[in-house]
Design a protein around this ligand. Structure first.
Ligand code: APR
Length: 231
């Protein structure tokens, strides 16, 4: 009845055509994260930030889940123990691949948030700078994504899962951004087994008991088959 907690990053969606952030042609080589992924950037130029997320939202809606997303959904459906998926990704490809109860610690592109009253609603394809909040009516609508300097979502729940799991698996993340990058240490200090599945060694590779390298669409289904006793 092994419980498994899985953290995913942009690498799991790379083969669905979604860009990653820090690879050679990653998103942060094209736009300054300070301009589009901070509250200060949004205050400075809300139009540019809404446009940036409108573009990413449309791209994410057109993307299809890949074999890695569907393999994790299969694991959730057939593994005897709980399988908790925590993602840093703001796309909904885990859900599109059949996964459930995914914890989006950095929010979601298909969500909108009112910076005035905190109301949340389903984001339209295109959000405007004076996007009215359906809750309070004020023009304070923003993408419901977590920007640098803001608190990621559902951290208590995540640490609760990290404290009660038998295995922690990190998939497709560079391990450059905290607090997600610290989850492996969190697991290690509690004597929990750790596994990394990534295209290349991440910043935290040395901290994992095991690190398997390769494209997610190959190494994730192979690992899931192993866990389900099919390999
Ligand atoms: N299969 C597996 N891993 C891959 C693949 C692939 N096909 N392609 C790339 N990767 C790996 C890269 O080797 C890299 O380690 O995915 C990782 C992507 O790292 P980042 O681009 O830094 O993305 P991520 O770790 O998710 O970034 C974390 O930073 O900018 C913020 O909020 C943003 O959630 C994001 C956070």
């Amino acid at each position: 009845m092994d419980k498994i907690v899985i953290l995913t990053g942009a690498g799991i969606s790379a083969e669905s055509g979604m860009g990653t952030f820090r690879d050679k042609d990653g998103l942060w080589t094209k736009v300054q994260l300070e301009d589009v992924a901070t509250p200060e950037g949004f205050a400075r130029n809300p139009q540019m930030v809404q446009d940036f997320y409108n573009l990413r939202r449309v791209g994410a809606r057109a993307a299809k889940p890949n074999a890695a997303h569907t393999a994790l959904a299969r694991l959730q459906a057939h593994h005897t123990g709980d399988v908790i998926i925590v993602t840093q990704n703001v796309d909904s490809l885990h859900e599109a691949g059949g996964a459930r109860d995914v914890i989006h610690m950095h929010g979601r592109l298909d969500g909108a948030l009112c910076s005035g009253c905190g109301h949340r609603w389903a984001a339209p394809d295109e959000m405007t700078v004076d996007e009215a909040c359906p809750g309070c009516g004020e023009p304070f609508g923003r993408p419901d994504v977590v920007w640098f300097g803001e608190m990621p979502y559902r951290m208590d729940e995540i640490y609760e899962h990290l404290g009660t799991t038998d295995l922690f698996v990190s998939i497709g993340t560079s391990g450059e951004v905290y607090p997600a990058a610290s989850f492996v240490q969190e697991a290690r200090v509690q004597g929990i087994r750790t596994l990394e599945l990534n295209l290349e060694p991440s910043s935290g590779s040395a901290m994992f008991d095991e690190s398997r390298l390769g494209p997610a669409t190959e190494i994730v289904p192979a690992w899931v088959a192993e866990v389900l006793g099919e390999a």
